[in-house]
Design a binder for this molecule. Structure first.
Ligand code: HEM
Length: 525
């Protein structure tokens, strides 16, 4: 018997098990306080491990249980592949929002969730995401100037994908919207004609598809083994990153030459014409102004464009798909009312799309906000990592959380709270525009009903200083796309109850990607 212990078949697993136990004891993540475990059942052996898998398979029940059984209490919400999240009660949402990044760090939680330390070809861009600054400043400031180009690309993409079917035709709405969003967004990111290079657009979509999957696989891998597994798991990501660089290089190279020529020789300015006004050009300018050659290396520039695409594509495609599915399953009268608003405002501006006109389309804005209320991918919000060495103590539940712990707050259940949103399960597209029209209410309160306005009761874009920096751009872009779609196409309305259900993947909720709707080209009077 004893001599058997030395046999490699037994010794190997035994060494691994001891190694695992020692590692878990020494570095096995932050020691979390004792809290009710969502997904655990009475009498469970290893309740945490069982709860992790139960919650992965059915996180919707967990999200609801956390707020029904344990209302106003902090709970532990373990999900395999996502981690053991301390879900704070609603009463602490404002506390989480108010903490600076040096106390509760959102970016660190995103890096951990996507395993960017392995999945990104340029980890420097992840630790110092200077492109975020360009989103909050230049992109947001340029929204008005970019409207004509976004409108032009919207018409191009939708007409290309849907054509002019005279009879009712089935379309897979998510697939079509992904391509449209990729095209329109890249008109702003890399300009024309590159934004019409389908090969390049598919690379951005592939990247956005694989990154979360590989991040999830790595998170499910035992930490000490991750560098080894990452080596082959990230092969598809690195392949796409290299291919994307090759696609964009013919655009980047001449821009770099022209940029220097313009600065070195004022004469060249008039010969070269105006500089492009897009994200790639802003990245080049920012890199040159910072004087760091690494930042204007073509690989770095291409990777920055890939990273903003990752942030923009799926989020926006899911939002536009969701609202179209909601309209399909509602009433024709809603679509007619939206059409009347769009046509009325457009007529006032001589048929020209512009930022002021879009801002006046409050019913359109309201429909998008209402759809995001019902369909947001954010089911638990404000996910952040505790930064201080000594941890933090929360003000209401008086909980001490160690460094490295992940916290979040409820969102799915808040967005369905009847006290905040009467008839919470009903899609009422004009819920928010009606509130904005109410003159008896203070102006600021009314403005807070615009889609981009975040609050502790509306976390679809996050909230506070780290709320989604791309939301102003996204809202304008999606309003334009939805307006063009409603003006030019009829949707076959199938009525309440006919909307195909969203799906949960862990804590992320997404619209049914295979859902089809029936459309036809509208015959205008
Ligand atoms: C409807 C579309 C979109 C939705 C629903 C959305 C939602 C979100 C949410 C919920 C967050 C996390 C905020 C928090 O926890 O406080 C976020 C972060 C972010 N979003 Fe968006 N977003 C959208 C579009 C965009 C677009 C178009 C861009 C880029 C142009 C963008 C760029 C970002 C960036 C850079 C972050 C921060 C990520 C980090 O720090 O690592 N988003 N977004």
């Amino acid at each position: 018997m004893l001599q058997d212990v030395g046999r490699p078949a037994l010794l190997g697993p035994a060494v691994l098990l001891v190694g695992y136990l020692v590692y878990q004891f020494l570095y096995g993540g932050p020691k979390l306080p004792k809290l009710p475990i969502i997904g655990a059942r009475k009498g469970d052996w290893f309740p945490l491990i069982q709860a992790r898998w139960r919650n992965l398979m059915d996180s919707k029940s967990g999200v609801i249980q956390a707020e029904t059984e344990f209302k106003d209490q902090a709970v532990l919400f373990p999900v395999a592949g996502t981690g053991d999240i301390v879900m704070l009660p609603r009463a602490e949402t404002q506390f989480v929002t108010d903490q600076p990044e040096t106390v509760l760090d959102m970016h660190a939680a995103v890096v951990e969730s996507m395993q960017f330390m392995y999945t990104s070809a340029n980890p420097e861009l992840i630790s110092n995401p200077i492109h975020h600054k360009l989103i909050t400043t230049t992109l947001t400031n340029q929204i008005g100037n970019l409207v004509p180009e976004v409108a032009d690309e919207t018409a191009y993409c939708l007409d290309r994908d849907f054509g002019s079917p005279e009879d009712w035709t089935d379309v897979c709405i998510y697939k079509s919207m992904l391509l449209t969003i990729a095209g329109v967004t890249n008109r702003v990111f890399v300009g024309k004609p590159k934004c019409r290079d389908m090969h390049m657009l598919n690379q951005t979509l592939e990247y956005a598809h694989w990154l979360p999957i590989i991040g999830q696989l790595l998170r499910n891998t035992w930490k000490p083994l991750r560098p080894v597994f990452a080596w082959f798991l990230t092969i598809p990501i690195h392949r796409i990153t290299r291919a994307f660089h090759r696609s964009l290089l013919p655009e980047i190279k001449p821009r770099l030459v022209a940029y220097d020529a313009r600065r070195e020789d004022p004469e060249a300015k008039s010969q070269l014409g105006p500089e492009p006004n897009d994200f790639l050009q802003w990245c080049i300018q920012q890199a040159k102004e910072m004087g760091d050659p690494y930042l204007w290396d073509s690989r770095t520039l291409a990777n920055r464009i890939l990273l903003v695409n990752f942030a923009a594509l799926h989020t926006s495609s899911m939002a536009i798909t969701a609202v179209i599915l909601e309209l399909m399953a509602s009433k024709q009268a809603y679509i007619d009312e939206l059409r009347a608003e769009i046509e009325g405002v457009l007529a006032e501006y001589g048929g020209e799309w512009n930022k002021r006109g879009l801002a006046r389309m409050e019913k359109l804005d309201s429909a998008l906000r209402e759809s995001a209320r019902l369909n947001s991918f954010v089911t638990v919000g404000l996910t952040r990592q505790v930064v201080p060495r000594d941890g933090i103590t929360t003000p209401v539940s008086n909980l001490h959380l160690p460094q490295g712990a992940t916290v979040a707050v409820p969102s799915y259940t808040v967005l369905r709270d009847a006290e905040l949103y009467p008839d919470p399960y009903e899609f009422k597209p004009f819920r928010f525009s009606a509130q904005r029209d109410d003159d008896s209410v203070d102006y600021v309160k009314r403005a807070n009903k615009a889609w981009v306005a975040t609050s502790k009761e509306y976390l679809a874009f996050g909230h506070g200083r780290t709320a989604c920096p791309g939301r102003f751009f996204a809202a304008n872009e999606l309003k334009l796309i939805l307006a063009y779609f409603i003006l030019n196409y009829d949707i076959e309305v199938t009525g309440p109850g006919s909307r195909p259900r969203n799906k949960w993947y862990g804590l992320i909720r997404i619209p049914p990607m295979e859902a089809k709707i029936r459309i036809r080209r509208r015959v205008k009077a």
